[in-house]
Design a binder for this molecule. Structure first.
Ligand SMILES: Nc1ncnc2c1ncn2[C@@H]1O[C@H](COP(=O)(O)OP(=O)(O)O)[C@@H](O)[C@H]1O
Ligand SMILES: Nc1ccn([C@@H]2O[C@H](COP(=O)(O)O)[C@@H](O)[C@H]2O)c(=O)n1
Length: 558
């Protein structure tokens, strides 16, 4: 069943149109095969979680059969038209401003350290069924966040002369030298570290990389498939499970003939020439010996259901071993290990004014309009306080009286706000009011009511966020699980830990400790710290569910 992606409402008035244009909508790239609703969904917070989401490179567009090798360049025009159509479709998709999808469970432990994904390598001859096996594994795994990376993406860029040779079916694409192993290794390494990567999209018709790339994220499981996946020792070392798909040569040739003629713009003579002169000899010389690296050999490829089920079982066991009970762990870690409050925690001075505002918003009988009013005042104070923590430099100005005033100016204008939806969104307006033209990003994290764990549903971050100081906003922090997930997202986007400030109205001591321990360089700003959380992970004495009270929604369970 295809994963389902819906569009969300455009960001609140806090974000201007131009800011929206500048933002990345990465998930449309990450989930290319997912359905995208063109209409805005209704109440997206109530939309049930989607089934499996499988971010992976789609196959190249299907193309019509072709006649002579001579006219390859002309033929590629019509083939490219269909490729262009597919590109256009995907551009339309990326123009959807806001997209969300099935939730991603935590990919890091209670110390904020990433848990490495399980990496499966699939090797085998051309058309042996590697991609088919990978797709069947993904289908049977039923795990969200599986990334399929193909070695094809790393074919080297050819020069003019090499292109001519390739057009005559005389370029050896089955030799290890045809691949850019440096890019391949760095990409796989980054994915394994859970970082975002830009993966080239390869076009078999033109023997070249397309101008656009595919954005991919780390995942719980990464499947890497290709004819020479076990060739480079550094790659082999990164693989947790090595599968070799062993399919008879005549079956591979038959499949390749059909596929290359219908999908890759080749003709019968061309395929046979390439196959006999390069594909088969390279298979014998380079690929077949790689079988010795395999943990599992899958005869016949995708039709071997027994082998696929065994593989799936093993992966499930491995994932369970890495399984996390993050919220529980965070709550328990604090109970066992109370430590002094670190100095990255910046608590607003507890003045009578602050206590007065808290008295309004903590009172269960405060009507909603007053709750909003006093929350907004408190939010404004905490945001102003956050700005006071930024670095300032000297700045001298001349007053209208012609006298110099020796003042200060903020050292950087590269500040952006990121709200953790939905409660954090209530803080956006204040940040926009005090930071002129600030760019706003959003991260939607929701609790899975079955597992109790936070899940990442959607993110939309300003481009080049890595160059920014980020004011990360959430109204309350209890265990710190959602805040930690949001911080992890920012780090995965290469934001410096020391450039992150998590800002909240109210935090629980345990949440403060968990964040501070996991991310010692993140500044934690709040107007109050409460001592406890209950078994439903509410802060005590607390405010109740801030989002429900502010938005006037039915009380939610968690
Ligand atoms: N068991 C199978 N029976 C029939 N056709 C298959 C089977 N497995 C794969 N194919 C077809 O053979 C071609 C190559 O399969 P694919 O999985 O893409 O191989 P690889 O990734 O090893 O090149 C595709 O067109 C695919 O649809
Ligand atoms: N421009 C290219 C690049 C590669 N090939 C062939 O593709 C095969 C690898 O892809 P599979 O999906 O079959 O694993 C490889 O055998 C190359 O010969 C090509 O024909 N043209």
């Amino acid at each position: 069943m295809a994963a389902r992606i819906n569009t969300l409402d455009p960001p609140s008035s806090a974000s201007s149109e131009s800011e929206i244009e500048e933002m990345q909508t990465d998930f449309s790239e990450v989930f290319p095969d997912a359905d995208v609703d063109e209409e805005k969904s209704g109440d997206f917070y109530n939309t049930p979680a989607s089934p499996i989401t499988v971010p992976y490179c789609p196959r190249p567009p299907s193309t019509g059969s072709q006649k002579s090798p001579k006219s390859r360049r002309q033929r590629t025009t019509s083939l490219n038209q269909s490729a262009k159509k597919s590109t256009a479709e995907s551009i339309i998709r990326t123009q959807h401003r806001t997209i969300y999808t099935a939730g991603r469970p935590p990919w890091y432990n209670s110390e904020g350290q990433k848990v490495e994904p399980f990496v499966i390598g699939i090797c085998g001859g051309s058309a042996s069924g590697k991609t088919t096996v990978a797709e069947k594994i993904i289908e049977s795994l039923g795990v969200p966040w599986v990334t399929l990376l193909s070695m094809d993406s790393f074919y080297k860029v050819l020069n003019e002369k090499q292109h001519e040779i390739a057009d005559r079916n005389e370029y050896n694409f089955d030799h290890p030298d045809a691949f850019d192993f440096d890019l391949l290794i760095s990409t796989l390494q980054r994915l394994k570290e859970g970082r975002k990567v830009e993966v080239p999209i390869y076009n078999f018709v033109t023997h070249s990389r397309e101008s656009r790339t595919k954005t991919m994220y780390g995942a719980n499981v990464i499947i890497f498939e290709g004819i020479l996946t076990f060739h480079n020792p550094k790659v082999v070392e990164m693989l947790d499970m090595k599968i070799f798909v062993d399919t008879d040569a005549d079956v591979r040739l038959a499949r390749r003939l059909r596929r290359d003629i219908t999908q890759r713009g080749r003709d019968l003579d061309g395929v046979l020439k390439q196959y006999t002169s390069m594909v088969q000899p390279s298979f014998n010389h380079y690929i077949a010996p790689l079988m010795s690296h395999a943990d599992i050999i899958v005869p016949r490829g995708g039709e071997n259901e027994v082998a696929i089920q065994l593989i799936v079982q093993h992966v499930h066991t491995q994932l369970q071993l890495r399984g996390l009970k993050l919220r529980e762990e965070l709550a328990q870690a604090y109970a066992i290990n109370k430590q002094p409050r670190p100095d990255t925690v910046k608590l607003l001075p507890t003045t009578p004014q602050i206590r007065g505002l808290h008295t309004f918003i903590r009172n269960k009988d405060t009507p909603r309009d007053e709750f909003i009013f006093y929350s907004k005042r408190l939010i404004r104070l905490v945001i102003e306080y956050t700005l006071s923590l930024m670095s300032f430099v000297d700045k001298t100005v001349e007053t209208p009286q012609g006298v110099l005033y020796h003042g200060k100016r903020m050292a950087t204008s590269n500040i952006c706000g990121v709200s953790i939806l939905r409660a954090g969104e209530t803080m956006e307006q204040a940040v926009c009011d005090v930071c002129k033209d600030i760019r706003i990003g959003k991260i939607l994290i929701q609790t899975n009511l079955q597992t109790g764990e936070p899940e990442l549903y959607y993110l939309r971050l300003p481009k080049d966020i890595k160059d920014y100081k980020v004011i990360l906003m959430d109204a309350t922090v209890a265990t710190g699980a959602a805040a930690m997930m949001a911080i992890r997202v920012l780090l995965d986007h290469d934001v410096l830990e020391s450039n992150i400030l998590i800002v909240s109205l109210l935090m629980a001591e345990s949440g403060v400790q968990s964040i501070a321990y996991a991310f010692p360089k993140v500044q934690i700003v709040t107007t109050a710290i409460d001592p406890e959380i209950n078994d439903k992970f509410y802060v005590l004495p607390g405010i109740g569910n801030f989002g429900d009270r502010y938005f006037g929604t039915e009380p939610s369970d968690c």
